[in-house]
Design a protein. Structure first.
Length: 336
């Protein structure tokens, strides 16, 4: 016991890993790449980080304004709650705030039962979605995250899930909210990182005695995002900040121009030069690896005037779309 306490003090003082640190991953959503991690594919209990999947399935299966009647079996449930009342009706959007801010198990059951017709059917959808996202170790038994024998996932799986959640505009907005109030409900986000770090754009906490402290978070700098996941890890708030900053400190806003050519028929020249001006958040060396994919007619019937937009260019980083930019004609005026 004394030795464990001594190790904990050393860890807090010097920022070194301490006994009990579980799997973690640092993930770049732009390139879909794990940039750092330990035991990143190891299956673990994931507690209420489960609710990221509950939220994702909910927005895919129901309109935000849809009202759900709160049944008696949804209230008084074990664990954290938003304190729904049996017999009232709540919209999907309101329940999503209760799910992601207050980590409400009652909200999770209401969404699952109300949208799926039964909690079991909704959980089946959760597992379908996990498979479609490529979450190789994930298995869901409930929408709340309460411990189940086969209920869990890996840190890498949760990073992939968070990437999908951030692509949903509604969920991305909810995750950034510190507070939300409506009809007597006052909800406060359990994610302390929203107060601790200005570049945090959301996350989801989780805890049970068996799972330990679980945390999924996302940070953004210059438009470049990073997702951090820790499972069964004490001191997770500061750990996430440290891991995110270590990665984002390498990101800079890079401005450049690429040129492409497009054939011209009946023009005073055979081709027109197109300019693509971009500003992208990149790591050192990434600009040299960029490729450009032009979406435009195969050829033009006449020379466009300088400055005219004639198409769009996808900017690719490691084969993934980093930006979409108008392609502008750089052609000179016709010489008389």
């Amino acid at each position: 016991m004394r030795f464990a306490a001594f190790c904990l003090v050393l860890g807090l003082l010097f920022g070194i890993p301490v006994f009990g640190d579980g799997p973690y991953v640092v993930y770049d959503p732009l390139t879909h790449r794990v940039v750092e991690g330990d035991r990143q594919e190891e299956w673990r209990l994931i507690a209420s980080t489960t609710k990221l999947m509950t939220a994702l399935v909910a927005v895919e299966r129901a309109d935000l304004w849809r009202e759900i009647e709160i049944l008696p079996e949804y209230v008084g449930v074990e664990g954290s709650r938003m304190y729904l009342k049996a017999g009232e009706k709540r919209t999907v959007e309101e329940l999503l705030y209760g799910l992601l801010l207050s980590s409400g198990n009652d909200a999770a059951l209401a969404l699952a039962g109300g949208i799926g017709g039964s909690v079991g059917r909704f959980v089946w959808w959760m597992n379908q979605t996990a498979a479609s996202l490529g979450m190789e170790t994930a298995c869901f038994e409930n929408p709340t995250g309460l411990d189940g024998e086969d209920h869990g996932a890996s840190a890498k799986d949760l990073a992939i899930l968070m990437e999908a959640v951030l692509r949903e505009e509604t969920l991305a907005k909810i995750l950034t909210a510190q507070y939300r109030s409506f009809d007597g409900y006052v909800l406060k986000n359990h994610n302390k990182l929203l107060w601790m770090h200005g570049e945090c754009i959301g996350g989801k906490t989780g805890f049970t005695k068996a799972a330990g402290r679980c945390l999924v978070s996302a940070f953004e700098r210059f438009g470049r995002r990073v997702v951090v996941v820790t499972l069964d890890t004490p001191g997770d708030w500061n750990r996430h900040i440290s891991l995110a900053e270590a990665y984002l400190d390498g990101v800079t806003s890079v401005t450049g121009r690429a040129t492409l050519t497009l054939p011209v028929v009946n023009g005073w020249e055979d081709t027109v030069t197109l300019g693509v001006d971009y500003t992208l958040p990149l790591l050192a060396g990434e600009e040299e690896t960029l490729t450009f994919r032009l979406y435009a007619p195969h050829f033009l019937y006449e020379m466009p005037p300088a400055g005219e937009t004639v198409g769009e260019v996808e900017i690719l980083l490691e084969g993934h779309v980093a930006g979409r930019i108008p392609a502008v004609a750089l052609g000179r005026e016709k010489v008389q």
